[in-house]
Design a protein around this ligand. Structure first.
Ligand code: 5RP
Length: 230
């Protein structure tokens, strides 16, 4: 699937022009975009980029992409011109689940603070039904994760995320609960709001309000389908 991811990423990057502020998502598909942007920066492209995670920041810095600090960018109240980011799944209405990399809180903030949000995926990410396709990542305050997991039981079973035998810690120093929703949980729009109403929840990985403006779907043969959300 690497050819598909790379093709989708590079197609989205063609929209980047000098003078732009670019949001940089997180994950293996976005990594192809970051590498492509870095090549263009070396050839004279003048942009600044806002990273959505420490991993993205580290990679972009190592490749010489000029960065704006994530917090300073949000505090400035300015908008990025384009945000480029991946997804764990996307449905026919352009609704997403994100956060397999645990960065969805920052990713959502940057997507909201961008004039255009371009989502880059390969064909394996396309689903008919969003709910039930993959667990929904829920970022939670560490000292409240057990009470949040209990409160989330009305939506489904939530499991504390671990990585290499240790509790996974986000860039915001929080935990992640991966929620496997019940089949009768209802519409994703409502669920996104209801999960975030639980005290102790920071944000969840459903993206039903800030939808991508364009979806770039990479295929295994390297072709790309460009779907506009109009
Ligand atoms: C990270 C994300 C990623 O965009 C999502 O997990 C997709 O990653 P990949 O491109 O590696 O499949 O939401 O929080």
């Amino acid at each position: 699937m690497n050819l598909a991811k790379k093709a989708a990423a590079e197609a989205a990057c063609r929209h980047i022009k000098s003078g732009m502020v670019v949001g940089l998502g997180t994950g293996s598909t976005t990594e192809f975009a970051i590498r492509r942007i870095a090549e263009r920066v070396k050839r004279g492209l003048k942009i600044s980029a806002v990273p959505t995670s420490k991993a993205t920041e580290k990679l972009a810095l190592s490749l010489g992409i000029p960065l704006v600090d994530y917090n300073e960018f949000l505090e400035s109240g300015k908008q990025a011109d384009i945000d480029i980011d991946g997804a764990d799944c996307v449905d026919p209405l352009f609704r997403l689940i994100k956060g397999r990399g645990g960065a969805h809180t920052r990713e959502k903030k940057i997507a909201v603070a961008s004039k255009r949000f371009y989502c880059i995926v390969d064909t394996t990410k396309l689903v008919e039904e969003l709910i039930g396709s993959v667990p929904i990542p829920v970022e939670v305050e560490p000292n409240r994760w057990e009470e949040v997991a209990d409160s989330l039981l009305r939506f489904g079973r939530a499991e504390l995320r671990e990585k290499r035998g240790k509790v996974f810690i986000t860039d915001n120093s929080n935990y992640i609960l991966d929620l496997s929703p019940n089949a009768d949980v209802g519409e994703p729009e409502r669920l996104e709001v209801d999960i975030n109403r639980v005290p102790g929840v920071v944000d969840n990985g459903l993206f039903t309000k800030r939808l991508p403006d364009i979806l770039f779907v990479g295929h295994p043969d390297g072709s790309v389908r460009v779907l506009k959300n109009e």
